[in-house]
Design a protein. Structure first.
Length: 117
């Protein structure tokens, strides 16, 4: 997979209202830098993290971290995120679009985990 230049990622973060971070495995130094940049820009960040991933010290920087596992109910996580977003975002369409992206991202993760078994 080709690497996206850091300045391109920063521009995309600058242009976004929200950053969705689905961390299915460890936290690479690059992703940590990207999330730190987004924190510094006061972006709304939704970290969805696989249980047992670690990096608790870094993840403590976020007001809310959502945990998932291969056996989790994706709908429950979506509901938790939507409830959290109701206090963060006023636009219902944006909340619904983000919830759909979360469902797709977690669904792809779960399919990948099932294929490996």
């Amino acid at each position: 997979m080709p690497t996206v230049p850091a300045d391109t990622i920063r521009k995309q973060i600058d242009a976004s209202d929200c950053v969705l971070a689905i961390l299915a495995s460890g936290l690479s130094p690059e992703v940590e830098k990207e999330l730190s940049y987004a924190l510094g820009k006061n972006k709304l960040i939704i970290p969805i993290v696989a249980e047992g991933t670690g990096h608790a010290r870094f993840l403590n920087k976020f007001p809310k971290v959502f945990l998932f596992s291969p056996s989790c109910n994706v709908g429950e996580i979506e509901t938790q995120v939507v409830e959290y977003l109701e206090g963060q975002m006023r636009n219902k369409a944006e909340r619904q679009a983000l919830a759909a992206l979360i469902g797709i991202g977690l669904g792809l993760f779960l399919l990948s985990a099932a294929a490996k078994q």
